[in-house]
Design a binder for this molecule. Structure first.
Ligand code: FAD
Length: 150
């Protein structure tokens, strides 16, 4: 969060920060980004060296009573992506996971948003999901599906 100017730090909406999905620096104008960035800036201003590696685009909202969570790249159905999708019109459930090289780079969940944190963790850690890809969109996907840590 240190700028190119000595003793000047920046965070929040006025600062570009590292985005782990895009592997690049960009504006991510969200409240959690501002909070975490401010914390990291504070540490560095006090001489405790810390790096911001935390964020990507993410939103949670309600549309017409339907909870929706998104993170990372939503992607069109074309391009260098693998898309996993579940559409259940009756239950008004839509789930989409975007993969590149067997790693999650995006998600959209509508009306079934449980365990979004686990999915975000997979994105953040760049976890290779090839061994449990088929289970990602199953109704009861959870920590139990993840391979044991070696
Ligand atoms: C309508 C709207 C909806 C949003 N919804 C969401 C959401 O659902 N989820 C989410 O994560 N983010 C949301 N955001 C974004 C989020 O509010 C911002 O990313 C976050 O507030 C950025 O924090 P900040 O500290 O950088 O800036 P701000 O929160 O804008 O704080 C900047 C402060 O600086 C003050 N200031 C400005 N100029 C001066 C000056 N010259 N001297 C002294 N003080 C000054 C301002 O008064 C303000 O208090 C939303 C933003 C908007 C506008």
């Amino acid at each position: 969060m240190r700028t190119s100017v000595k003793d000047v730090y920046a965070c929040g909406d006025c600062a570009e920060v590292y985005d782990f999905v895009h592997d690049d620096f960009r504006l991510t104008p969200l409240w959690p980004t501002a909070y975490v960035g401010g914390r990291i800036a504070g540490f560095n201003m006090c001489g405790v060296v810390k790096e911001y590696k935390w964020g990507t685009n993410m939103s949670s909202m309600h549309f017409f009573g339907l909870p929706v969570i998104t993170a990372g790249i939503s992607a069109n159905d074309e391009g260098d992506y693998e898309i996993l999708k579940v559409v259940d019109e009756k239950k008004k459930i839509y789930k989409k996971i975007v993969l590149r090289d067997n790693r999650m780079i995006g998600m959209i969940f509508m009306n079934k948003i449980d365990r979004a944190g686990i999915f975000l963790g997979l994105m953040r850690n760049g976890t290779d999901v090839s061994s449990f890809k088929e289970e990602l969109l199953s109704d009861d996907f959870g920590l139990i599906n993840l391979p044991e840590r070696k």
